[in-house]
Design a protein around this ligand. Structure first.
Ligand code: SF4
Length: 327
Protein backbone atom coordinates (compact mmCIF):
# COMPACT_ATOMS: atom_id res chain seq x y z
CA UNK A 1 0.00 0.00 0.00
CA UNK A 2 1.22 3.51 -0.77
CA UNK A 3 1.72 6.13 1.95
CA UNK A 4 -1.09 8.63 2.49
CA UNK A 5 -2.04 11.29 5.01
CA UNK A 6 -5.19 11.15 7.08
CA UNK A 7 -7.62 13.86 8.20
CA UNK A 8 -10.85 13.66 10.17
CA UNK A 9 -12.88 16.88 9.74
CA UNK A 10 -15.85 17.74 11.95
CA UNK A 11 -18.07 19.43 9.38
CA UNK A 12 -18.83 19.34 5.67
CA UNK A 13 -17.18 22.65 4.81
CA UNK A 14 -13.92 21.59 6.46
CA UNK A 15 -13.99 18.27 4.59
CA UNK A 16 -14.40 20.06 1.27
CA UNK A 17 -11.71 22.60 2.14
CA UNK A 18 -9.25 19.78 2.92
CA UNK A 19 -9.84 18.07 -0.44
CA UNK A 20 -6.90 18.35 -2.88
CA UNK A 21 -6.02 16.49 -6.08
CA UNK A 22 -5.30 12.90 -5.01
CA UNK A 23 -7.59 13.03 -1.96
CA UNK A 24 -10.40 10.56 -1.35
CA UNK A 25 -13.26 10.75 1.10
CA UNK A 26 -13.68 7.58 3.16
CA UNK A 27 -16.64 6.42 5.27
CA UNK A 28 -17.39 2.67 5.60
CA UNK A 29 -14.40 1.84 3.40
CA UNK A 30 -15.96 -1.43 2.22
CA UNK A 31 -14.77 -0.88 -1.34
CA UNK A 32 -12.03 1.76 -1.11
CA UNK A 33 -9.86 -0.22 1.33
CA UNK A 34 -9.95 -3.25 -0.97
CA UNK A 35 -8.98 -1.04 -3.90
CA UNK A 36 -6.07 0.40 -1.91
CA UNK A 37 -4.85 -3.03 -0.85
CA UNK A 38 -4.92 -4.17 -4.49
CA UNK A 39 -2.98 -1.05 -5.53
CA UNK A 40 -5.88 0.01 -7.75
CA UNK A 41 -6.63 3.17 -5.71
CA UNK A 42 -3.62 5.19 -4.59
CA UNK A 43 -4.94 8.22 -2.68
CA UNK A 44 -2.43 10.66 -1.25
CA UNK A 45 -4.86 11.75 1.46
CA UNK A 46 -7.84 10.03 3.10
CA UNK A 47 -10.48 12.39 4.45
CA UNK A 48 -12.46 10.42 7.02
CA UNK A 49 -16.02 11.77 6.89
CA UNK A 50 -17.50 9.47 9.54
CA UNK A 51 -17.82 12.32 12.06
CA UNK A 52 -19.84 14.58 9.75
CA UNK A 53 -23.48 15.11 10.75
CA UNK A 54 -24.89 13.18 7.77
CA UNK A 55 -26.52 10.17 9.41
CA UNK A 56 -30.19 11.14 9.74
CA UNK A 57 -33.24 9.92 7.85
CA UNK A 58 -35.84 12.71 7.80
CA UNK A 59 -39.23 13.35 6.20
CA UNK A 60 -39.22 16.15 3.66
CA UNK A 61 -41.87 18.88 3.47
CA UNK A 62 -42.96 17.41 0.12
CA UNK A 63 -43.75 14.02 1.68
CA UNK A 64 -40.54 12.30 0.64
CA UNK A 65 -37.53 11.14 2.59
CA UNK A 66 -34.06 12.64 2.92
CA UNK A 67 -31.38 10.04 3.68
CA UNK A 68 -28.06 11.30 5.01
CA UNK A 69 -25.02 10.09 3.11
CA UNK A 70 -23.64 8.32 6.20
CA UNK A 71 -26.77 6.29 6.98
CA UNK A 72 -25.66 2.68 6.84
CA UNK A 73 -27.24 0.31 4.35
CA UNK A 74 -28.57 -1.77 7.27
CA UNK A 75 -30.16 1.19 9.08
CA UNK A 76 -31.75 2.33 5.83
CA UNK A 77 -33.18 -1.06 4.93
CA UNK A 78 -34.71 -1.55 8.39
CA UNK A 79 -36.06 1.99 8.85
CA UNK A 80 -39.84 1.70 9.33
CA UNK A 81 -40.57 4.55 6.88
CA UNK A 82 -38.46 2.88 4.20
CA UNK A 83 -40.06 -0.51 4.81
CA UNK A 84 -43.56 0.99 4.52
CA UNK A 85 -43.20 3.72 1.89
CA UNK A 86 -40.20 2.55 -0.14
CA UNK A 87 -40.20 -1.20 0.29
CA UNK A 88 -38.58 -1.59 -3.13
CA UNK A 89 -35.50 0.11 -1.72
CA UNK A 90 -35.46 -2.10 1.39
CA UNK A 91 -35.73 -5.25 -0.74
CA UNK A 92 -32.89 -4.16 -3.01
CA UNK A 93 -30.54 -3.31 -0.15
CA UNK A 94 -31.19 -6.61 1.61
CA UNK A 95 -30.44 -8.47 -1.64
CA UNK A 96 -26.91 -7.07 -1.62
CA UNK A 97 -23.66 -7.87 0.18
CA UNK A 98 -23.78 -9.47 3.66
CA UNK A 99 -25.09 -8.29 7.05
CA UNK A 100 -21.57 -7.31 8.12
CA UNK A 101 -21.00 -5.24 4.99
CA UNK A 102 -24.44 -3.62 5.20
CA UNK A 103 -23.59 -2.52 8.75
CA UNK A 104 -20.48 -0.71 7.52
CA UNK A 105 -21.45 0.45 4.01
CA UNK A 106 -23.06 3.88 3.73
CA UNK A 107 -25.67 5.39 1.45
CA UNK A 108 -23.17 7.71 -0.25
CA UNK A 109 -20.55 5.00 -0.55
CA UNK A 110 -22.99 2.60 -2.16
CA UNK A 111 -23.42 5.06 -5.03
CA UNK A 112 -19.65 5.35 -5.41
CA UNK A 113 -18.66 1.67 -5.33
CA UNK A 114 -16.68 0.65 -8.36
CA UNK A 115 -17.17 -2.12 -10.87
CA UNK A 116 -16.24 -5.68 -10.00
CA UNK A 117 -14.69 -6.36 -13.42
CA UNK A 118 -11.93 -8.90 -12.77
CA UNK A 119 -9.39 -6.98 -14.84
CA UNK A 120 -10.05 -3.70 -13.04
CA UNK A 121 -8.90 -5.31 -9.77
CA UNK A 122 -5.77 -6.85 -11.29
CA UNK A 123 -3.19 -4.09 -11.38
CA UNK A 124 -0.93 -6.26 -13.59
CA UNK A 125 -3.36 -6.21 -16.54
CA UNK A 126 -4.35 -3.33 -18.82
CA UNK A 127 -7.69 -1.65 -18.06
CA UNK A 128 -9.00 1.60 -19.50
CA UNK A 129 -10.96 2.34 -16.34
CA UNK A 130 -7.87 2.01 -14.14
CA UNK A 131 -5.26 3.29 -16.62
CA UNK A 132 -6.93 5.26 -19.43
CA UNK A 133 -5.65 4.27 -22.85
CA UNK A 134 -4.21 0.91 -21.77
CA UNK A 135 -6.95 -1.25 -23.31
CA UNK A 136 -9.93 -3.39 -22.32
CA UNK A 137 -9.04 -7.09 -22.04
CA UNK A 138 -12.61 -7.94 -20.99
CA UNK A 139 -13.87 -7.45 -24.57
CA UNK A 140 -12.00 -10.53 -25.78
CA UNK A 141 -11.48 -12.17 -22.40
CA UNK A 142 -13.70 -13.28 -19.52
CA UNK A 143 -16.89 -11.26 -19.80
CA UNK A 144 -19.64 -13.31 -18.16
CA UNK A 145 -20.47 -10.54 -15.67
CA UNK A 146 -20.19 -7.67 -18.14
CA UNK A 147 -22.55 -5.27 -19.90
CA UNK A 148 -25.08 -5.91 -22.63
CA UNK A 149 -26.31 -2.31 -22.85
CA UNK A 150 -24.59 1.06 -23.11
CA UNK A 151 -21.06 -0.33 -23.39
CA UNK A 152 -18.33 1.26 -25.48
CA UNK A 153 -15.16 0.23 -27.28
CA UNK A 154 -13.25 1.41 -24.22
CA UNK A 155 -15.18 -0.38 -21.45
CA UNK A 156 -17.90 -3.00 -21.00
CA UNK A 157 -18.06 -2.95 -17.19
CA UNK A 158 -21.27 -2.85 -15.13
CA UNK A 159 -22.17 -0.96 -11.98
CA UNK A 160 -22.41 -3.47 -9.12
CA UNK A 161 -24.97 -1.88 -6.79
CA UNK A 162 -28.40 -3.27 -5.93
CA UNK A 163 -29.47 -0.22 -3.93
CA UNK A 164 -28.82 2.08 -6.89
CA UNK A 165 -31.16 0.04 -9.11
CA UNK A 166 -34.04 0.73 -6.70
CA UNK A 167 -33.04 4.39 -6.33
CA UNK A 168 -33.16 4.76 -10.12
CA UNK A 169 -36.65 3.26 -10.23
CA UNK A 170 -37.78 5.54 -7.41
CA UNK A 171 -36.58 8.74 -9.15
CA UNK A 172 -34.21 9.66 -6.32
CA UNK A 173 -32.02 12.78 -6.31
CA UNK A 174 -28.43 13.04 -5.09
CA UNK A 175 -27.53 16.11 -3.03
CA UNK A 176 -23.88 17.11 -3.24
CA UNK A 177 -21.67 19.90 -1.96
CA UNK A 178 -18.31 21.04 -3.27
CA UNK A 179 -16.04 24.02 -3.86
CA UNK A 180 -18.73 25.58 -6.10
CA UNK A 181 -21.52 25.15 -3.52
CA UNK A 182 -24.48 22.77 -3.31
CA UNK A 183 -26.37 21.12 -6.13
CA UNK A 184 -28.95 18.42 -6.75
CA UNK A 185 -28.39 15.71 -9.37
CA UNK A 186 -31.25 13.60 -10.75
CA UNK A 187 -30.37 9.95 -10.17
CA UNK A 188 -30.53 9.22 -13.90
CA UNK A 189 -27.77 11.81 -14.41
CA UNK A 190 -25.52 10.72 -11.53
CA UNK A 191 -23.88 7.62 -13.01
CA UNK A 192 -22.59 7.76 -16.56
CA UNK A 193 -22.01 5.41 -19.46
CA UNK A 194 -18.35 4.65 -20.21
CA UNK A 195 -18.10 6.28 -23.64
CA UNK A 196 -14.50 7.32 -24.24
CA UNK A 197 -13.86 8.17 -20.56
CA UNK A 198 -14.51 4.95 -18.62
CA UNK A 199 -12.32 6.14 -15.75
CA UNK A 200 -15.22 8.40 -14.74
CA UNK A 201 -18.06 6.47 -13.10
CA UNK A 202 -20.25 9.47 -12.29
CA UNK A 203 -20.80 13.19 -12.84
CA UNK A 204 -19.34 14.43 -9.55
CA UNK A 205 -16.81 17.24 -9.86
CA UNK A 206 -13.45 16.87 -8.10
CA UNK A 207 -13.93 17.31 -4.36
CA UNK A 208 -17.74 17.16 -4.44
CA UNK A 209 -19.14 15.25 -1.48
CA UNK A 210 -22.47 13.42 -1.45
CA UNK A 211 -24.41 14.78 1.53
CA UNK A 212 -27.78 13.04 1.07
CA UNK A 213 -30.08 11.10 -1.21
CA UNK A 214 -33.64 12.33 -1.47
CA UNK A 215 -36.69 10.26 -2.39
CA UNK A 216 -39.83 11.95 -3.73
CA UNK A 217 -43.25 11.12 -2.30
CA UNK A 218 -44.29 7.86 -3.96
CA UNK A 219 -47.03 5.29 -3.78
CA UNK A 220 -45.17 2.32 -5.21
CA UNK A 221 -44.84 -0.04 -2.25
CA UNK A 222 -48.04 -2.05 -2.70
CA UNK A 223 -46.93 -3.55 -6.01
CA UNK A 224 -43.18 -3.80 -6.18
CA UNK A 225 -40.53 -6.46 -6.58
CA UNK A 226 -36.75 -6.70 -6.61
CA UNK A 227 -35.53 -9.75 -8.48
CA UNK A 228 -31.82 -10.53 -8.36
CA UNK A 229 -30.35 -13.35 -10.42
CA UNK A 230 -26.82 -14.41 -9.51
CA UNK A 231 -24.50 -17.38 -9.59
CA UNK A 232 -25.10 -18.23 -5.92
CA UNK A 233 -27.92 -17.29 -3.62
CA UNK A 234 -26.07 -14.97 -1.25
CA UNK A 235 -23.09 -12.63 -1.20
CA UNK A 236 -22.81 -12.39 -4.97
CA UNK A 237 -23.27 -9.58 -7.44
CA UNK A 238 -26.17 -9.63 -9.88
CA UNK A 239 -25.88 -11.14 -13.32
CA UNK A 240 -29.20 -9.39 -13.90
CA UNK A 241 -31.42 -7.61 -11.41
CA UNK A 242 -34.78 -5.90 -11.85
CA UNK A 243 -36.44 -3.27 -9.67
CA UNK A 244 -40.09 -3.18 -10.70
CA UNK A 245 -43.01 -1.17 -9.32
CA UNK A 246 -46.58 -0.61 -10.48
CA UNK A 247 -49.54 1.51 -9.58
CA UNK A 248 -52.68 -0.39 -10.56
CA UNK A 249 -56.29 0.64 -10.85
CA UNK A 250 -58.51 -2.42 -11.18
CA UNK A 251 -55.78 -4.32 -13.00
CA UNK A 252 -54.97 -1.39 -15.30
CA UNK A 253 -51.50 0.13 -15.17
CA UNK A 254 -51.47 3.76 -14.02
CA UNK A 255 -47.74 3.96 -13.42
CA UNK A 256 -44.83 1.61 -13.99
CA UNK A 257 -41.13 1.80 -13.15
CA UNK A 258 -38.49 -0.71 -14.17
CA UNK A 259 -34.74 -0.40 -13.65
CA UNK A 260 -32.13 -3.04 -14.45
CA UNK A 261 -28.90 -3.85 -12.66
CA UNK A 262 -25.95 -5.96 -13.79
CA UNK A 263 -26.40 -5.05 -17.44
CA UNK A 264 -24.78 -1.62 -17.90
CA UNK A 265 -22.32 0.92 -16.50
CA UNK A 266 -25.29 2.49 -14.66
CA UNK A 267 -28.77 1.37 -13.60
CA UNK A 268 -30.69 1.00 -16.87
CA UNK A 269 -34.08 2.63 -17.26
CA UNK A 270 -36.24 3.94 -20.09
CA UNK A 271 -39.19 6.25 -19.33
CA UNK A 272 -40.25 5.86 -22.99
CA UNK A 273 -40.50 2.08 -22.58
CA UNK A 274 -42.47 2.52 -19.34
CA UNK A 275 -44.89 4.95 -21.05
CA UNK A 276 -45.92 2.17 -23.47
CA UNK A 277 -47.76 0.42 -20.62
CA UNK A 278 -49.85 3.26 -19.20
CA UNK A 279 -53.54 2.37 -19.46
CA UNK A 280 -52.79 -1.25 -20.43
CA UNK A 281 -53.87 -4.36 -18.49
CA UNK A 282 -51.12 -5.65 -16.22
CA UNK A 283 -50.42 -8.89 -18.07
CA UNK A 284 -47.53 -10.84 -19.57
CA UNK A 285 -48.07 -9.38 -23.06
CA UNK A 286 -47.65 -5.84 -21.78
CA UNK A 287 -44.67 -6.78 -19.61
CA UNK A 288 -43.01 -8.49 -22.59
CA UNK A 289 -43.49 -5.37 -24.69
CA UNK A 290 -41.83 -3.25 -22.05
CA UNK A 291 -38.97 -5.75 -21.79
CA UNK A 292 -38.37 -5.64 -25.54
CA UNK A 293 -38.34 -1.84 -25.55
CA UNK A 294 -36.06 -1.63 -22.52
CA UNK A 295 -33.62 -4.14 -24.02
CA UNK A 296 -33.63 -2.64 -27.53
CA UNK A 297 -30.10 -2.74 -28.91
CA UNK A 298 -28.82 -5.11 -26.22
CA UNK A 299 -25.64 -6.83 -27.38
CA UNK A 300 -23.56 -9.22 -25.36
CA UNK A 301 -20.09 -10.73 -25.79
CA UNK A 302 -18.76 -14.30 -25.95
CA UNK A 303 -19.58 -15.25 -22.34
CA UNK A 304 -22.60 -13.10 -21.53
CA UNK A 305 -24.93 -13.19 -24.54
CA UNK A 306 -27.26 -15.27 -22.34
CA UNK A 307 -28.00 -12.13 -20.32
CA UNK A 308 -30.23 -10.70 -23.06
CA UNK A 309 -32.79 -13.52 -22.82
CA UNK A 310 -32.28 -13.75 -19.06
CA UNK A 311 -33.03 -10.05 -18.62
CA UNK A 312 -36.21 -10.31 -20.71
CA UNK A 313 -37.53 -13.16 -18.60
CA UNK A 314 -36.48 -11.44 -15.38
CA UNK A 315 -38.32 -8.24 -16.30
CA UNK A 316 -41.54 -10.16 -17.03
CA UNK A 317 -41.25 -12.16 -13.82
CA UNK A 318 -40.47 -9.13 -11.64
CA UNK A 319 -43.42 -7.20 -13.07
CA UNK A 320 -45.70 -10.23 -12.63
CA UNK A 321 -44.57 -10.57 -9.00
CA UNK A 322 -45.13 -6.84 -8.48
CA UNK A 323 -48.63 -7.03 -10.01
CA UNK A 324 -49.54 -9.84 -7.63
CA UNK A 325 -48.16 -7.91 -4.70
CA UNK A 326 -45.73 -10.77 -4.09
CA UNK A 327 -43.23 -10.42 -1.26
FE1 SF4 B 1 -11.33 -2.23 -17.46
FE2 SF4 B 1 -13.84 -1.68 -18.16
FE3 SF4 B 1 -12.42 -3.28 -19.68
FE4 SF4 B 1 -13.13 -4.10 -17.23
S1 SF4 B 1 -14.51 -3.68 -18.90
S2 SF4 B 1 -11.12 -4.32 -18.22
S3 SF4 B 1 -13.13 -2.15 -16.12
S4 SF4 B 1 -11.97 -1.12 -19.28
Amino acid sequence: MNPFSYARPADVSEAIRLFQPGSRYIAGGTNLLDLMKENVARPTQLIDITRLPLNDIADTAAGGLRIGALVSNADLAWDARVEQRYSLLAKAILAGASPQLRNMATTGGNLLQRTRCYYFYDADTPCNKREPGSGCPAREGLNRIHAILGHSEQCIAVHPSDMCVALAALDASVLVEGHAGERRIAFADFHRLPGDAPERDNTLADGELITAVELPAENLSTHCSYLKIRDRQSYAFALVSVAAALQLDGGVIRQVRVALGGVAHKPWRSPDAEALLIGRPADADAFGELADALLAGAQGFADNQFKVALARRAIIRALSDAAEGAA
